[in-house]
Unconditional design. Structure first.
Lengths: 187, 620
C-alpha cells in the first residue's frame, strides 16, 4: 500500500517545478508566449492531479487525528479551573503574583492551543471553527492585557480584565462543545 | 498601585507625541528614501522614544498608551513611504519629457499645485482605505492565521521592557548591542573584501558553486531574526527561494536560455550588490524570476482570500453583530470599529479617491469612475498581499505592487501617466498603511490593547502623513536650479526607486510588459494557494520576487528556531528566542537609521550604491 498523501504532495511539487520552469523562458521578440508553453501546461495538469490526491488523502487519517482533537478539547477544558481560581483570588493577589498566573496560563495552555489551531481547522473546517478561534484569540488578548496591567502596577485594571477573560473562556468552552457536538459531561 | 479608571490608553499625551514623532520620522525617511531608495517603518523608534517620554519623563505612561503612540507615529511615517516610492517619478518624468520633446505632463511648466492637490487627495483616500481594509482582516490574520509579524513582536517586547523579567530584558539588550555593532561594522565597510563580502552580502560560492545557484548570503541579523521568530511557518518562503534559485535558475542555464559567457562573475565582483550586480542575476532575476514571482504573489494572495472566505465572513458578522448583543460575543466584536463606520469610511474614501482622479488633468468623468472603482479593488488585493507578506516574513513588496498599479492604470486610463500616478500613490499609501497597521495591531494583541482605540486614532490621523510627504517632496524638487530638478540622477538625491518606476512607465508606454510572466505566475500562485497549507502561494511568490540572499538568511533563522525548539522544548521560544530576536531587529533598525542620518549629514553627495544596504530593507 502506498501513502496517498505523500504521492499527492510529490506529484503536486513536481507539477509546480515543471510549470515554473515552463513559465521562465522569455518569449521570442514580438511574441507574447514562449515556445515551451506546453511544458507549463503539462506542469499545471500534473499539479492539479497531485492537489486532488493530496486534498482527498486526509479523509483516510480521521482516526489518527482523534487524539489531537481530544488534546485541544482537554486544553480548553483544563484552562477553566485555573481561570476560575484566578478569578476568585485576583483581588487578594499582588501584581507580580497575577503575572505569574498569566505566565502559567500562557506556557501551559495558550501556547499549546496556538499550536493545535491548524489541526482544529483541518479537522472541523474553518467555517465551523472560525467563531471559536476568534473567541479564543479574544480571550488570549485579554489575558495579555491582564499581564500588561499587572506589569504597569494597575491592579484594578488587572482585576477587571480577569473577569473579562474568565467570561471569554467560558464562551470558548461553550463554542468548543458546540463545534464538536459533545455534551459537557462527555468532554 | 494605580486605580483602574486611570489606566491610560488613548490619551492626549500619546496622541500628541505620536503625531509629532510621526511627522519628524516622515520628513526624515522621505529625505533618506530620496537619497538611498529604501525606507523603514518607524514603530521601533517611536516605541523607544515613547518609552522614554511617557514612562520615563512623565512617570505615568502605560504599555498600552505607548502602543497608541507608536501606532500613530508609524502610521504617519509609513504614509510617507508610499508617496516617496511613486510621486518623485512624476516630477522626473515631466522633466525628461520636457527635455526630450519640449512637452511635459503639465500644461504649464512648473505649475504643479493643481496636480499635487490630486495627489494629496489620492494619498488621503489611500490612507483611509488602508486602515479600513485592515479592520475586517485583523481577525483573519492575527486571530486565525496567527501570522508572526516579526517587527510587531519586537515592538511588543520594547513596550514591555522594564516591566518584564530581568533575564528577558538582558537578552533583548544583548540582541540590540550585537545587532547594532554588527550593522555598524557592515555599513561602514570595514570588513568589505571585493569578490567576498560587499554591501552586507557574503559570497559563499567558494570558487566552486556556479553563479546560477545564487551562492550569496545577506548578512543582516534583522533578516535572520525574522526567520528566528517565524520558525517552521517560514519554511515555505525558503522553499520558494530554493525553487527559484536551485531548480529554475540552473535549468534555465542548462537549457541555454542564458548566455554562458555571463556566468562565473561572482569571484571577480568588485562593486555594488553581489546578489544583483552580475549579468546572470540581472537577467534571471530581473526578466524571468522576479516578474514570475509578482504574478505568483498576486495569484497566491487571491486564492488565499478565497480559502479564507469563511473567516472573513465571520469577521464581518462579528463586526455587524457587535452592537446587537450584550453577551461576551458582543465584546469580541465590540472591541473593533463597527461595520457601519467601516462602510461609511469606505464610501467617503472612495468618493475622495474619485475626486482625486477627476481633478487630474485629462481625466474624463468615466475614467475617474473606472479609476476609483478599479483602484479601490486593486488596492484591497494589493493591501492583502502586502499585509500577508509582512505578517509572514516582515518584508513588504511595495515596489512590485506600485509597478502593477501604475501598469494597470496606464492601461485603463489610455496611458495618462499623471492619472495613473495618482492611483499609484493611493495604492502605495494604502498598502503601506495596511501592513503597518497590521504590525501595530499584532503588537497591540501581544500587549492586550483594545483594537478599537488603535483603529479609531489611526483613522483620525493617518491622512497627515501623505500631505507632509507630498509637501517635502515638492520642496526638495523646487530646491533645484530654476525651481526644478531638485532630485534625480546627478543630484544629491538620486531617488533610485523613482528612477526604476520611471523606467517601468517608459516600458508600458512602449508596450514592453511581461504579461506572460504575470499570467503564468498568477496561475502557479492560484495552485499554490489551493494547497492545504496556509499562505503557500504568497510565500513562494515573495521568495521569487526577492534576491535569494535574503531568503537564504531568513531560512537560516527558521532552521535555527526549529533546531533550538527541538533541542530545548517549546518554552525556549517565549523565554529566550523572542527577546533575542526582538533585540536583533531593534538593534539593526536603530543603527540603520542612525548611521544613515549621520551619512547624510556628513556627506550630502554620498553615493546611493555604497549605502543601499545601510537600511534593513523592509520595503523593497
Amino acid at each position: 500500500m502506498f501513502n496517498r498523501r505523500l504521492v499527492g504532495i510529490f506529484l503536486y511539487s513536481l507539477g509546480i517545478c515543471v510549470a515554473s520552469i515552463g513559465a521562465t523562458k522569455l518569449p521570442a521578440e514580438g511574441s507574447t508566449w514562449s515556445d515551451i508553453l506546453y511544458v507549463f501546461n503539462d506542469g499545471v495538469i500534473l499539479t492539479i492531479v497531485g492537489l486532488v490526491i493530496w486534498r482527498l488523502a486526509p479523509i483516510e487519517q480521521k482516526e489518527e487525528e482523534t487524539e489531537n482533537k481530544r488534546t485541544a478539547l482537554q486544553l480548553i477544558r483544563d484552562i477553566q479551573p485555573i481561570l476560575d481560581d484566578l478569578y476568585r483570588n485576583v483581588d487578594d493577589l499582588e501584581c507580580y503574583q497575577i503575572q505569574e498566573y498569566v505566565n502559567i496560563l500562557r506556557a501551559q495552555y495558550l501556547m499549546p492551543l496556538e499550536q493545535l489551531r491548524s489541526r482544529i481547522i483541518s479537522d472541523k473546517g474553518l467555517e465551523k471553527t472560525a467563531e471559536l478561534l476568534i473567541a479564543m484569540s479574544y480571550g488570549e488578548r485579554i489575558i495579555n492585557r491582564i499581564h500588561s496591567a499587572a506589569l504597569d502596577g494597575h491592579h484594578d485594571e488587572a482585576v477587571e480584565c480577569t473577569e473579562e477573560a474568565h467570561a471569554a473562556f467560558k464562551e470558548v468552552f461553550e463554542l468548543t462543545v458546540r463545534v464538536w457536538k459533545f455534551e459537557n459531561k462527555a468532554v | 498601585m494605580n486605580s483602574s479608571n486611570q489606566y491610560r490608553e488613548l490619551t492626549f499625551s500619546a496622541v500628541f507625541l505620536g503625531i509629532i514623532q510621526g511627522v519628524i520620522l516622515n520628513i526624515a525617511f522621505v529625505y533618506a528614501a530620496l537619497t538611498l531608495g529604501f525606507s523603514i517603518g518607524g514603530s521601533t523608534v517611536a516605541a523607544i522614544i515613547g518609552y522614554g517620554l511617557l514612562r520615563g519623563v512623565m512617570k505615568k505612561g502605560t504599555i498600552v498608551e505607548n502602543n497608541i503612540n507608536q501606532t500613530i507615529a508609524s502610521g504617519i511615517n509609513t504614509a510617507g513611504t508610499g508617496v516617496v516610492f511613486t510621486l518623485p517619478a512624476l516630477f522626473m518624468l515631466d522633466a525628461k519629457m520636457r527635455a526630450d520633446t519640449g512637452i511635459g505632463l503639465l500644461e504649464e511648466e512648473g505649475n504643479w499645485l493643481p496636480l499635487l492637490g490630486s495627489i494629496m487627495l489620492g494619498g488621503v483616500a489611500g490612507s483611509i482605505l488602508g486602515v479600513i481594509l485592515i479592520i475586517p482582516l485583523r481577525k483573519q490574520m492575527i486571530a486565525l492565521d496567527r501570522l508572526r509579524f516579526p517587527s510587531g513582536v519586537a515592538v511588543a517586547e520594547i513596550l514591555k521592557t522594564g516591566g518584564t523579567s530581568l533575564i528577558k530584558f538582558r537578552l533583548l539588550l544583548i540582541g540590540v548591542v550585537v545587532s547594532g555593532v554588527w550593522k555598524l561594522v557592515l555599513a561602514t565597510g570595514l570588513v568589505d573584501r571585493p569578490g567576498l563580502l560587499m554591501n552586507d552580502e557574503l559570497n559563499i560560492s567558494f570558487g566552486m558553486i556556479p553563479d546560477q545557484f545564487a551562492p550569496v548570503l545577506y548578512l543582516s541579523l534583522m533578516n535572520v531574526a525574522a526567520g528566528l521568530l517565524s520558525g517552521k511557518g517560514g519554511i515555505p518562503f525558503f522553499i520558494g527561494g530554493v525553487l527559484a534559485w536551485w531548480i529554475i535558475s540552473p535549468m534555465a542555464v542548462q537549457f541555454g536560455w542564458i548566455d554562458p559567457t555571463s556566468l562565473s562573475q561572482l569571484a571577480e565582483f568588485r562593486e555594488g550588490s553581489i546578489a544583483n550586480g552580475t549579468e546572470v542575476f540581472g537577467l534571471l532575476h530581473g526578466s524571468m524570476i522576479r516578474p514570475l514571482g509578482i504574478g505568483t504573489l498576486i495569484g497566491g494572495a487571491l486564492m488565499g482570500v478565497v480559502a479564507a472566505f469563511p473567516a472573513i465572513k465571520s469577521a464581518f458578522i462579528s463586526l455587524a453583530s457587535a452592537a446587537k448583543s450584550n453577551s461576551v460575543g458582543s465584546n469580541i466584536g465590540g472591541d473593533e470599529l463597527s461595520l457601519n463606520v467601516v462602510i461609511g469610511g469606505g464610501i467617503f474614501a472612495v468618493a475622495v479617491f474619485f475626486m482625486a482622479s477627476y481633478m487630474t488633468p485629462g481625466v474624463t468623468f468615466g475614467q475617474a469612475v473606472i479609476s476609483a472603482t478599479v483602484g479601490t479593488i486593486w488596492l484591497g488585493v494589493a493591501g492583502l498581499i502586502v499585509a500577508q507578506a509582512t505578517g509572514m516574513t516582515d518584508i513588504s513588496p511595495m515596489s512590485g505592487m506600485a509597478l502593477i498599479s501604475v501598469t494597470l492604470m496606464m492601461f485603463l486610463l489610455n496611458n495618462n501617466v499623471a492619472a495613473a500616478m495618482v492611483v499609484g500613490v493611493a495604492v502605495c499609501v494604502a498598502i503601506g498603511q495596511g501592513a503597518d497597521m497590521m504590525q501595530d495591531l499584532k503588537t497591540g494583541f501581544l500587549v492586550g490593547a483594545r483594537p478599537i482605540k488603535q483603529q479609531m486614532i489611526q483613522f483620525c490621523v493617518t491622512w497627515i502623513g501623505s500631505i507632509v510627504a507630498v509637501a517635502v517632496i515638492y520642496i526638495i524638487w523646487s530646491s533645484g536650479p530654476n525651481g526644478a530638478n531638485g532630485f534625480g540622477p546627478g543630484t544629491s538625491f538620486p531617488a533610485p526607486q523613482a528612477g526604476a518606476l520611471m523606467g517601468i512607465v517608459d516600458g508600458v508606454v512602449n508596450g514592453n510588459i511581461p504579461i506572460d510572466k504575470y499570467m503564468m505566475g498568477g496561475t502557479i500562485g492560484v495552485l499554490l494557494g489551493a494547497a492545504p497549507a496556509s499562505g503557500l502561494g504568497a510565500l513562494v511568490g515573495l521568495a521569487m520576487y526577492l534576491p535569494f540572499s535574503i531568503t537564504l538568511g531568513y531560512g537560516v533563522g527558521c532552521f535555527m528556531n526549529m533546531a533550538l525548539i527541538k533541542r530545548y522544548g517549546r518554552e525556549i521560544y517565549d523565554s529566550k528566542l523572542v527577546p533575542i530576536a526582538a533585540g536583533l531587529i531593534v538593534g539593526e533598525a536603530l543603527m540603520g537609521v542612525g548611521y544613515t542620518i549621520f551619512q547624510i549629514l556628513m556627506d550630502s553627495n554620498a553615493q546611493a550604491s555604497v549605502l543601499i544596504h545601510a537600511f534593513g530593507g523592509v520595503y523593497v
